[in-house]
Ligand binder design. Structure first.
Ligand code: GAR
Length: 315
């Protein structure tokens, strides 16, 4: 299953086109399910529509920021997108919108971040007599152009470069960088090794936690004793990567499966006290998964440990 991407643009949309053409390669792990814009006249919308990609445009004029972001958010969700790729989307985003796509929204910026956040990046690089400019793809966080950098390409500045000639070459670098970085990023989120490593970090952060291998599964327990988390990778050839955690019993298990039958399942041989949570659907909320792990730890932890934790929390 390919990862479903919504691309947001404001103008020419040439980066969007680069993402779109890369997505036509059979090996590409993502597909573009929507191109949306705050500018109904954006050139890129025509390219997308002609390529058979659904488009959506609502001008921000006359709407406050949160309201416009909410309209865009609804369109993205409606299209079934799991990731958002900003490609020349020249809008400052509301904190609500950023929070909703936390860890799943990428942006491309025409500088070697953290250098030259904001506008006029090429002009600033030339004025500063830099010898290299470049482009960065980063995760979007609340702070403008500030999230973790996922990939960069340096572009040498030629003597005599103008803002325009430099911008053209940086764009060529962008067309290489964005599709590759996006592909690696979405592939990582279904890669069992990456997913196991994420769980490991969260599980081993619990007090007195340790790891063993149990029935071939990475398994996390407390001091060699009771187990609170397993990672199931293609166990019984089910081709799923999932986290198994403790729950209160059959009712909670049924309720979870009922709420989202794709994500939650009854793990074979574990009984009613456990639930399987798929990690390979591409939309993991790691804070939420951390909460599951902490809750599971608490369910099996000896009283003396939980009492210590409660005391620590009181202070
Ligand atoms: C790209 O160069 C992108 O890096 C930049 O806008 C251009 C969009 O061109 N983005 C920003 O400046 C974001 N701060 P495009 O519409 O042809 O892809």
């Amino acid at each position: 299953m390919k990862a479903r991407i919504a691309v947001l643009i404001s103008g020419a949309g040439t980066n969007m086109a680069a993402l779109l053409y890369a997505a036509k390669l059979p090996s590409c792990p993502y597909e573009i399910v929507l191109v949306a814009s705050n500018n109904p006249d954006a050139e890129g919308l025509k390219i997308a529509a002609t390529e058979g990609i659904p488009t959506f445009a609502v001008s921000h004029i006359g709407l406050d920021r949160a309201a416009h972001d909410a309209v865009m958010h609804d369109a993205i969700v409606e299209a079934g997108a799991v990731y958002v790729a900003l490609a020349g989307y020249m809008r400052i985003l509301s904190t609500e919108f950023v929070a909703k796509w936390d860890g799943r929204m990428l942006n491309i910026h025409p500088s070697l971040l953290p250098k030259y956040k904001g506008l006029h990046t090429h002009q600033r690089a030339i004025q500063a007599k830099d010898t290299v400019a470049g482009t960065s793809v980063h995760l979007v966080t609340a702070e403008l152009d500030d999230g973790p950098v996922l990939g960069q390409i340096e572009v040498a500045i030629l003597p005599g470069d103008t803002t325009d000639t430099l911008a053209d070459r940086v764009k060529m670098a962008e067309y290489q960088l964005y599709p590759k970085t996006l592909a690696d990023f979405v592939a990582r989120n279904t890669n069992p090794e990456y997913l196991t490593a994420q769980v490991r970090t969260l599980a081993l952060a619990q007090p007195e936690a340790d790891e063993v291998l149990s029935h071939g599964m990475p398994c996390f327990g407390i001091n060699g004793g009771k187990k609170f988390a397993y990672v199931s990778v293609d166990h019984h050839k089910d081709s799923k990567t999932a986290l198994l955690v403790k729950i209160s019993g059959v009712e909670e298990q049924a309720m979870l499966i009922d709420s989202d039958a794709e994500r939650y399942y009854r793990p074979a041989y574990f009984g009613d006290g456990w639930v399987g949570i798929r990690l390979d659907l591409g939309d993991n909320d790691w804070d939420h998964i951390g909460e599951w792990i902490a809750k599971s730890w608490r369910a099996v932890a000896p009283k003396k440990l939980t009492r210590l934790m409660d005391l620590a929390e009181e202070f």
